[in-house]
Design a binder for this molecule. Sequence first.
Ligand code: FAD
Ligand code: THG
Length: 819
Amino acid sequence: MPSSPQVVIIGAGIVGANLADELAARGWDRVTVVDQGPLPLTGGSSSHAPGLVFQTNASRTMTQFARYSVEKFSALDLDGQWCFNQVGGLEVATTAERLADLQRRHGWATSWGIESRVVDPDECVRLHPLLDRDRVLGGFHIPSDGLAKAPRVVAALVRRAQARGAVFRGSTRVTGIEQAGGHVTGVRTAEGLLPADVVVCCAGFWGQAVGAMVGMPVPLLPLAHQYVRTGQIGELAGRNDELAEAGLPILRHQDQDLYFREHVDRLGIGSYAHRPMPVRLTDLDDGGEVTASSMPSMLPFTEEDFAPSWEQSVALLPALASAKIEEAFNGIFSFTPDGGPLIGESPDVAGFWIAEAVWVTHSAGVARAVAQLLVDGRSDLDLHGCDVHRFEEVQLGEDYVSETAQQNFVEIYDVLHPLEPRRSPRNLRVSPFHARQRELGAVFLEAAGWERPHWYEANAPLVLQLPAEWVPPERDPWSAMFHSPIAAAEAWRTREGVALYDMTPLKRLEVTGPGALALLDRLTTGKMDKSVGSVTYTLALDDAGGVRSDLTVARLGADRFQVGANGNLDLDHFRRHAGPDVQVRDITGATCCIGVWGPLARDLVQPLSREDFSNEALKYFRAMPARVGGVPVTAMRLSYVGELGWELYTSAEYGLRLWDVLWEAGQELGVIAAGRAAFNSLRLEKGYRSWGTDMTTEHNPYEAGLGFAVRLQKGEFVGRDALAGISAETVTRRLACLTIDDRRSVVLGNEPVFLGGRPAGYVTSAAFGHTIGTPIAYAWLPASATPDTPVEIEYFGRRIPATVAAEPLVDPAMTRIRR
Ligand code: FAD
Ligand code: THG
């Protein structure tokens, strides 16, 4: 009996080689890696990558991936030659805006456990003597960054995996994927058929072509990126021997879209300053010979594109003035719509996986995560930002991928605000109320293709009417971006009047059929066999008890449920587990939703309906069909903002009518439309978590403060066994609510939190709490940080005192909602 499944990995680049190694290390001894190119230098992106590893990233997961690559490559060598040269990383600022951003990046590094510091110009020059002291305003130094020698890493990993039984086959092109009964069975190559239980495509920028073999969209775009090597530079003479290659830190000059590394006594320069240059796979010669200077992933250098970059390089590093470019090429690698990698299994062909759009920097970490997914069924890292199923259908279109991937190329080193929306393509998805929202001066930000009002300029006059205790303090320029004090007025009217919130973008699934109840029962932590009309707040867990989503499940019929979800990953998850007796349908776009919330919500809705909206007739967390102003709706009594009211769902064609009816009737009550900025503030005051930001699969329900949603006594469900013995009392870390002591400093998320002067956690979500007149931050902290514990949040290098608070901050007795 073979002990492990038969695996074929397509691609022996740095991702495929790492994956073979990770699987072999886990005892999977029937792994075959095929590559169309020769081994070990296949001619893919890894064969020429200069291998700079800058670990710091806004994403915690991406940083952990990079950190693992550093750790793994540092412990690796090829016949005594280094695979990782830990020269450190230095990012320099030549503008005030960049210098501030380096502080923010230093904050991320601290949050994710990477030691780093922000340094002055003298220290920059000491670290990198080629820098022009007068040009730099400061730098960000990360001692553990460095150079990965990608082709050598590949060779070393190939050897190690071979020693553990893996087989590598070069010059073997995959031409098709074999399947039977919805499961992959093998890989077709020019040399014959390779049987397989599991196929993992690690084909890099060729990924789309292989994905197409099973009809799987792979949203990446191959783009060219320029890399040059200079001739000898006097100032570098004698600094490095041939073996070490480099001693100075790898260097980034993001203000000019440039990076630098040493090659003994020469410099390598990479540029993102040029126009995006999309590459068509059909134009490449991937059947030819591969040498270090000629391979399918290298295109001829276009000199004119590099000219401005050369000038900027000389300006930063004056020693280059007397040097020349000696070697240069346009190298190809993958870009995606949001910059994240693409990991996941085909929804149609079980056993066919992809791991693509991965940098050398993240390669070992990604491979480890994929090996965990294959061997254990889950990764210990949160992968929601990497999952290929995170995209909405509209985001898989070729034009969308092309435009957004090119944009990511252009913006790769830009200082981007966390709320900054893409400029194009926009208006892909609008709710039926869109025309009215525009009339009210909605300021839209984009999410999952949806246009979402963040506030309405029509509410500006209300700012002048704000009672003194509701007037928000001035914000610092960064937190004031993509924000308006109008949000304070909208929060105020929600807490004291009534407001309409467009909840249409909330992902909605309809789960129907004789097996619907059983499916939901198995996939969630809640009791699902309740009366028709019940709504349950519940969690979907993974096998290890990690939170993979939080959901509301409304039972609308014996065999019909409506699930309020967080995104496309939920749809994918439910579909994968649904048997033939259950249908899972995404009804988001065919329906719409208005949240009518505030103490006057009943005064608004009841006169428009013959159904009884009283507290007794429709209790908290109950749903009923009704008519509002003649429009057929499903009314669900719940509120993410923590006020009396209902989510009113109707089909799309009635949406505008529903809005107009509520709007007109609400005039005498002073109804307003309110946006996401107020919404986010109100939900944090109520302590309502946002999945993906506040908690992920890395956290169990008790750590996340969601133990109340787990019904262990209901019987078997996914994740139940893993929760045995865990409770709110035994956890060692917790999602904690912080209030900011000065009552005015607003943070935005991802900032490090210090306990007793030492980094101890990081901020997830944050907002100004308008009702309580104090900024709020949620943060992961050791369980010892109980209410009243003083902490500090680092924001642009400044330490902001904050205090752990008992939650929720507003209406703990629930009297506002349950009246
Ligand atoms: P590849 O190395 O391209 O491997 C994919 C393999 O799949 C190839 O060997 C290919 O031959 C094979 N393949 C494809 N189709 C088939 C098929 N049908 N049958 C069989 N085999 C197939 N990243 C960093 O982290 N740091 C850097 O400093 C850095 N600098 C870069 C500089 C340049 C100029 C470029 C172009 C990229 C740079 N990158 C850098 C990015 C990095 O090189 C890539 O992201 C990474 O190498 C991708 O690795 P991979 O294994 O996914 O792809
Ligand atoms: N509305 C609907 N579905 C949703 C959301 C929503 N699904 C995704 C996401 N948002 C889920 N998040 C929450 C978080 C908290 C609550 C509802 C949805 C909530 N919690 C009550 C509490 O904690 O007090 C639950 C009380 C109870 O379990 O009875 O209301 O916005 N449709």
